[in-house]
Write a new protein. Structure first.
Length: 394
């Protein structure tokens, strides 16, 4: 199968994947209006933090007003495009220009809009395939996935990703500094000496199904030959960790944002899927970030070149080179056994396939409890420094 056909297949695979996540994995061909687990949390979240919802209240209300006026699929599509693009761009502006270091208004606005869409009469009148397409389009737009445009004519192009808030049943007010960083740095122009670099950013869902159905491959593959560095970002431990050796398998017992558990454990780590087949790759891969340069970034936190991994055969240890992991079965990569490790692993596989010399890797940020605007600001500013230090090395 040629590359165009592969991407075409992946495209429709991910549309289905996004929709499956949004409609709780129903395969019925009849109209689907069931709220997902994420969408069902909206009422509780709004009661818990009304100020977060008020940040983008006017945009969401205008979306709902025009949603009710739409009478057919074409009109509905235009409403989705108009407000999906706007909510992303306004969210970027809130952080980057107005110093509102909070990702939660975007996350909850997206889910509120999904809920409104499913409850609208025009949506309910559509064929199931049309519903799937419109849901997937709203997802992509509100995650910045259709807004990746390098327009500043910089010397270098950097693509970064952040994650949604997660573990929301533990703390409905949880934020994610990786998502805040994505919003803060989107469209930014970096300069080091005479070298410039433009950053484009997008947001990733915390859902196993999207990963299994090719979301990361669909998203990143088209850019692997067009950019100069890819950096995936998530919330992690006490300091910054640059994750040197991502592992193939899942082992975390934690649920995703749909409360799905994989059944994986540290005793029984599982290989994730890619479009119906087990993900095919080595047990461990190695990042290619300019780590020495990135560690020169100053700030509140240390920047660690993290080598620590876990295997079934040896347990936890810190290999210095990839060859030390030959014959080992991955339990945890340097990034752990959850989706943070997995996005890094999948992006490095794509690098190896499309552009082996491309700098690709993962930054784990310091963790925050609930919401901490000042710490999130410090985190995003230090990542900006890391990327600035890197641009003359890529």
């Amino acid at each position: 199968m040629n590359s165009k056909k592969v991407l075409h297949s992946l495209k429709w695979g991910i549309i289905g994947g996004l929709v499956l996540s949004s409609v709780a994995f129903s395969h019925n061909t009849v109209a689907q209006t069931t709220l997902s687990v994420e969408e069902a949390r909206v009422t509780k979240a709004k009661a818990a933090m009304p100020s977060v919802f008020n940040v983008v209240k006017s945009r969401v209300e205008l979306f709902n007003e025009q949603l009710q006026q739409a009478r057919n699929y074409t009109a509905l599509t235009q409403v989705i495009i108009r407000h999906g693009q706007a909510i992303w761009r306004e969210s970027v502006k809130l952080v980057a220009e107005h110093q509102v270091y909070d990702d939660r208004s975007l996350y909850w606005a997206r889910l509120t809009m999904m809920k409104m869409l499913k409850e609208s009469s025009v949506y309910q009148s559509l064929l199931s395939m049309q519903q799937e397409r419109i849901l997937a389009r709203l997802e992509r737009l509100t995650r910045g996935q259709e807004d990746i445009k390098f327009t500043k004519k910089a010397d270098k192009k950097i693509l970064i990703t952040g994650f949604d808030p997660f573990f929301l049943d533990r703390n409905i007010k949880q934020s994610n500094p990786s998502g805040i960083t994505a919003l803060a740095l989107d469209n930014l122009l970096l300069t080091k000496g005479t070298t410039t670099a433009e950053i484009q950013a997008l947001m990733i869902p915390v859902r196993f199904a999207d990963f299994d159905q090719g979301f990361i491959e669909e998203l990143l593959a088209p850019h692997m030959k067009d950019v100069d560095m890819v950096v995936t970002i998530s919330m992690g431990r006490k300091e910054f960790d640059l994750e040197r050796f991502p592992g193939l398998r899942r082992s975390a017992k934690a649920p995703d944002n749909l409360n799905v558990y994989t059944g994986a454990t540290k005793e029984n780590p599982l290989v994730p899927m890619l479009n119906g087949k087990p993900l095919n790759g080595p047990e461990f891969v190695q990042f290619s970030l300019p780590v020495d340069a990135m560690q020169k970034a100053t700030g509140q936190f240390k920047v660690i070149d993290n080598h620590q991994i876990t295997t079934l055969e040896k347990g936890q240890f810190k290999p210095q080179v990839l060859s030390e992991l030959s014959g080992q079965t991955s339990v945890e990569g340097a990034g752990g056994g959850y989706l943070s490790n997995e996005i890094s692993y999948r992006s490095i596989l794509l690098r190896d396939e499309h552009n082996p010399i491309l700098p690709v890797g993962h930054i784990h940020t310091p963790r925050i409890s609930g919401f901490d605007a000042e710490t999130s600001k410090q985190i995003s500013q230090q990542i900006k420094q890391m990327l600035t230090q890197a641009i003359t090395e890529i």
